[in-house]
Design a protein around this ligand. Structure first.
Ligand code: B1M
Length: 228
């Protein structure tokens, strides 16, 4: 998909052309261009959530398909991920902007062995936007670290993310650790990530599986309000 970009002026493109170009720029790992395109769409009045869903997440889905099919490899996908993050950084203040008092607190992290963090970051941003205080433990988080953070921060919700079939079972290790410490019932445990499903969530003793960031927000809200 690599093309010559020198004479493309993003601001001169129509919305449709710009989005196509941003898919290409994301695919090619051009972080500055993805950020510029994101800013142009914001300036044209696009809602942050729409840019996220229709441009950044959709663009990353194209990358994911070619990664799966062996057309793209880790270094290229890493650059694509960094480009997506460059766009997300511009959306973060808008998505996280809520004048309201926090309605709850969440500790979130990607489990041990797993370094995928885009989905987790997105969940964190959307949770902040919905009025939650979010403590992000980052990637590759051990059960002990989760337990220590829960004791320190006393959140309402623990959120765990895993993108690999090989790392999702570690969520069970975390839950077992909390159970051994007598902490499990003090928190709502929400889990998410592409390879998970509701059945898995129930099998490991989580409270709910969240298909995406919007579902995570809705589910967290219901648990905090006691309507789950
Ligand atoms: Co990886 N990778 N990757 N990768 N990577 C996947 C996940 C994969 C499906 C690609 C593929 O084959 N099609 C595949 C997993 C296969 C499997 O296990 N079933 C895979 C693989 C195999 C690998 C490596 C093993 C590759 C290798 O080294 N040979 C390696 C593993 C590294 C490790 O973690 N130990 C690896 C590495 C990488 C990169 C570093 C290059 C990069 C990550 C960069 C980063 O995150 N900073 C990367 C990427 C970018 C991907 C894909 C292409 C995109 C993931 C993503 O960011 N999606 C991915 C393919 C794909 O999913 N299409 C792939 C966008 C994001 C918004 O969606 O993360 O699903 P997602 O999050 C969603 C929901 O899942 C949910 O809400 C989010 C927002 O709506 N959600 C939650 C997520 N977490 C939640 C937590 C919650 C609630 C909801 O808590 C309450």
């Amino acid at each position: 998909m690599t093309e010559e970009y020198d004479d493309i002026i993003l601001a001169d493109l129509s919305d449709e052309e710009l989005i196509e170009q941003m898919y290409d720029d994301l695919y090619d790992g051009l972080a500055d261009e993805v950020a510029e395109g994101t800013q142009i769409l914001l300036d044209r009045g696009w809602e942050a959530k729409r840019i996220l869903d229709e441009v950044l997440v959709a663009g990353m889905t194209i990358v994911g398909v070619d990664f799966r099919d062996g057309i793209l490899f880790v270094p290229e996908v890493l650059m694509a991920a960094n480009s997506m993050k460059a766009g997300m950084e511009l959306l973060r203040p808008i998505l996280a902007d809520t004048g309201a008092k926090p309605i709850g607190k969440m500790v979130i992290g990607t489990v041990k062995g797993d370094i995928h963090d885009i989905g987790k970051n997105l969940v964190g941003m959307m949770m902040e936007g919905a009025g939650f205080e979010v403590v992000d433990l980052g990637i590759n988080v051990e059960a002990e670290t989760f337990a220590a953070a829960l004791i320190e921060h006393r959140p309402d919700i623990l959120g765990m993310s895993a993108l690999l079939t090989t790392t999702m079972p570690y969520m069970q290790v975390v839950i077992d650790t909390l159970t051994e410490r007598g902490l499990r019932d003090d928190f709502t445990v929400l889990v998410g990530g592409a390879p998970l499903n509701e059945e898995f969530s129930q099998a490991i003793g989580a409270d709910a599986y969240c298909r995406d960031a919007a579902v995570a927000v809705e589910t967290a809200r219901r648990f905090v309000e006691g309507t789950a």
